[in-house]
Ligand binder design. Sequence first.
Ligand code: SF4
Length: 448
Amino acid sequence: MTQSSNSTPTVGFVSLGCPKAGSDAELILTRLRSEGYEISGSYQGSDLVIVNTCGFIDAAVEESLSAIGEALAENGRVIVTGCLGAKKDSSGHGIVESVHPKVLAVTGPHATEEVMDAVHAHLPKPHDPFIDLLPPQGVRLTPDHFAYLKISEGCNHRCSFCIIPSLRGDLVSRPIGEVMREAEALVDSGVKEILVISQDTSAYGVDVKYRTGFWGGRPVKTKFYDLCNALGELGVWIRLHYVYPYPNVDEVLPLMADGKILPYLDVPFQHANPRILKAMKRPGDAENTLARIRRWRDAVPDLTIRSTFIAGFPGETEEDFEELLGWLSEAQLDRVGCFAYSPVEGAAANALPGLPPEEIREDRKIRLMEHQEDISTQRLERLLDREITVLVDDVDEEGAVARSMGDAPEIDGLVLIPDGEGLEVGEFAKVRVVDVDVHDLYAVPVES
Ligand code: SF4
């Protein structure tokens, strides 16, 4: 095995294949350089070698396998990435692993993070006095005690009012090991609440066919349930945002019932009328959705459901809108936001007929929010006289401002504690609820 003689870790790089493979190579090389690794075009003097492969035609497969063989013979420590890494033989085994079982790691194409994980595992990052001044959790814009955790980018849906897929492309899930390591680093730095975000949280892992990754030396699937289960082991509040109402959401309810993740779901239902939902290209069965909500509440009576709706979508009649109000009365959601429909440049919905005039759209938005006020208040009244745990966000001489398990930062209500000046920011505190209004709870500290 050949090691570099200088102290800077050096990675040899061999890239085969088409321009897409070349662009993957650029991403990996950029990351290697930005982390302080040296790059070498030769096997000699490199601490390990990355071979970026092609698997398009038989000749390319042969060329890639022989490049891997050469790198193993000349250097000995080889990480394989690229299209051939994803190819299986007729019995379902990876071609690269079958021919060259001594390689250190194999990934498919577009796998910068996994390649970097493999590099870090076999050749630790050099110390960088500038980068290493940054905390391990990176630079965050949120307070020290809560943080957002982005698990994927892009979206496979094509909701007609939304242009996110055309801006950000289809769903790309982050590797589970990377997500969990980031979550752990956040907890180690003092974070008490992790807010899981994405464009479509419940679809996590669909794009990578729920590929198995590793966290803490054990296999974990890149899958919504498995992610929630693993996050639930970290001992902090885990809050799920942007959950699309798929049936697989049912699976995480037991984790909420067991107290592993917060009994909180942010599910943008958008509407209740089947024709409007179809025009929006959203799942269209409002009856089923009501039944699902009932089942969720049976499983987790204290579940907080937050949702958003669009009023005045093209084609929405007064009857459709009243159907939505009736649905809200039945659904008894805890927290609701509403937007008056407004055309977004590039959205397919712009071509739909029957756009209500702007004043009607705005009026429906106001009516929806007024309709929901009583429902939200009644949902909060369940908490009157109960002792609950809150996370303290702010303390001054006038008391403390905190949030309950049912309150996400910025978008939901607050728990106002006038006698809470003795509490500390970032502390979990027990309080008793003494009053409620439409959005907020009022509480007093409970001596522990
Ligand atoms: S609204 Fe959400 S689910 Fe629909 S396309 Fe946009 S990002 Fe995807």
